[in-house]
Every structure is written in structure tokens, then in C-alpha cells.
Design a protein. Sequence first.
Length: 422
Amino acid sequence: MNEYSFIERQDKDVYETLVGEEQREREGLELIPSENYVSKAVREAQGSIFTNKYSEGYPGKRYYGGQEFTDKVETIAIERAKQLFGAKFANVQPPAGAPANIAMYFALLEPGDTVLGMDLSHGGHLTHGHPVTAITKVFRFVRYKMKNADTGEIDYDEMLRVAKEEKPKIVLAGYSAYSRELDYKKFVDIGREVGALVVMDIAHIAGLIAGGAVKNPFDYGFDVMTSTTHKTLRGPRGGLILTRESEELAKKVDKAVFPGLQGGPLMHAVAAKAVAFGEAQQPAFKAYAAQILKNAKAMEAVFAREGVRMLGGGTDNHLILADVFSSLSISGKEAEILLDRVGITLNKNVIADDTRSPFDPSGIRFGTPAITTRKFVETDCARIAELMIEAMRNKEDQAKLSAIREEVRATALRLPIPDAFV
């Protein structure tokens, strides 16, 4: 049965876009580290009857009637999130990662307070205080960087110096384009020394934490963690805020989310989060998280063998940031467009202290969460890495690019997107 049958009958224009996207995903390979494929169960929940319901408030404390089942499904999502990450409290209502971070700031800070976060060009995220974001009009952000971009080592001594000088109320860990594991103890030690709360944005590695493939910052004393629910966690697009043990902080978080920043939550998305969290509790998810890391190391080995510079010197997680401009004489934008043509989707990305524009930077960012969902193993990932480099080295050779496109399509069809993970 066509899952879009009603749309097909009612709205041909939208139907065609859905069919087109389905074909693009089926015949191509998704390497953007912040994207993944969800199960049919998650998609069913995301498109479910809960989209009809307004549910302002929290379970047992709603402002509208008719909340018997919304209360149940949100409670399921909360309890599963707490179990996955070892938290005492969870807010599952944020619609995305950026709103989760904004709610966290308003919960823990007063206007004008300072946050110490990672510099965007060294791997941080826009919502960690880049000047173009609106949140910088409310709070003050200062930054730390890597000491050595070729090893990925954070300059913790400089970070402590800045913390002592600037007196941040939050020491913020987390990133969007950083490939090494952070020293969580040092973050906590620095935060405690200056009397700051210690927060981790785990959006990129949430699934790796839930699957036990990397360390959990809560085990080192972090106070709060924010996250998306897609990416490595393989759920619907959405946000999440976790509080390790402080009921006082958790109440501030809840109040900041509602009524501070939103009205009714997207209950269909909350239901989809509940399904995804349930999937992440299964033994198969641990194997999935471990395979993500193995596959990333397989791609790292090819890029190292071929002499392509990788920021951080490689990867400890799901992503690689490669300086293709210096290594392969192709800009990040040009590489993104070229690889898209052969069916490999990734994104252009600035590198540390990039001299090029963010709109046409020196680097590309790619990762293994989505292709691991398709059951790729190390040999498959190594071959894709070889094809990526071959395409970039032969960007003018249309015959070679056509052959690469056909091999990518054949690989994608051989390893299809699964409907279910449990």
C-alpha cells in the first residue's frame, strides 16, 4: 500500500516531492553526521493522531482537558529518556536542539550572565554563542579553542585562565564539528573552581552515549545535558533537556520551556521520541552505536592513507572533518556539490581558523550514523571513502564520475534503508 495514498489523491504537487525524496534517499548515501534514517514506527508516531491535540503544560498539570493519553505518552518518553542517560529528570518537549539550548540558558542564567563555550570554527555550534544568533543579545559568550588543530587537543589551561577571568555562570561542552572525545573531568574541575554550572550539548553523540559506545558526561558530574533526538539517537527531529540530579534545576528547565518559550508541545513528536527511546533501549542499539565508531575509523584510515588532512588527526566518534582545500585542491562547497552529483550527501564546513568564507570553506564534514543504519560495515565504509577521494581528485572526468555514481547507487540498493530496528 502506498503510504502517501491520501496525499497522492489530494495534492499531486506535494506528493511528487515526497516520492522524489524517497528515491533520493533510497539511491544515495547520507553522510551528513547530523542526519539519520528513522524506523517506520517512528514515522507512524510522528504522523499520528496526537498531531490534533493541544497539551500546554506537563503530565498531570495541563491547561486543557482531554489529556489522558497525551499524559501517558509523554510520561513514557520521560521515563525512557531518564533511563537511557542516567538522569533524574527529563524534559522531552523542546521541538529541536536550538530551542532546547535556548531554554537551558533562560533556565540557568540571568540576562547578561556569561557562558564559556567552544568557538564555532574550532568545532562548536551556532547556539553556543556565535555573534549572528539572537541569544547573544541576552547573554554574554566567551570562547575556548583547540590548542592544536592537528591533534584536537583542547587548550584546558587557557580555558581555565579565561574562566577565572570572565567568571562564567555556565561552562559549556559540546560541538557540531569536533571529532575527539572531551576530557569531561577537566570541564567539571574548571566549572567547580569558578562556581559555574557544567552543561554538555550531546546532540551529536546522544546515541553513542545511550548505546554505551562513548562516555556519559553525567558520570563525571555534569549538571545538565541538552540534545537533539535525531542524529545518532535515530529518533524524530526534536530536542531534549536532561538534569542529572537537581530537582531545583529541573523545575527551572520546565518553567523555561513552558510557559517561558512555548505553548503547546508537538505531541506527535513526543510520541515519536517515546518510540525512538524505546528502540534505543534494545540490545541491538548497543551494537549499532559500536558499529558507528568502527565505520568512522575505517573511513579515517582511508583518508589518512591518501594523505588527506583531518582536523583533530582523525576521529573518536561518528564524524570526520577533512581539510580538502589544502589536501585535494577543492573547496568545501565545490566538494559538497560534486559529491552530491555522485549520490554522496555531506556538508561543507569551516575548519579551525579557516581563511576561506563559511559559504565556501576549506573543509567537508561527514559521518557514519545513517549508513550504519543501512548495515554498512567497515569494508563498505572504506570503499565509500575511496570513492569520495577518487571523485574529488577527478572532478573534471565525467566518465569516471558517472562510474562512481553507478557504484554508489548499486551499493545503496544492495544495503537498503530498513523499516524496523527491533
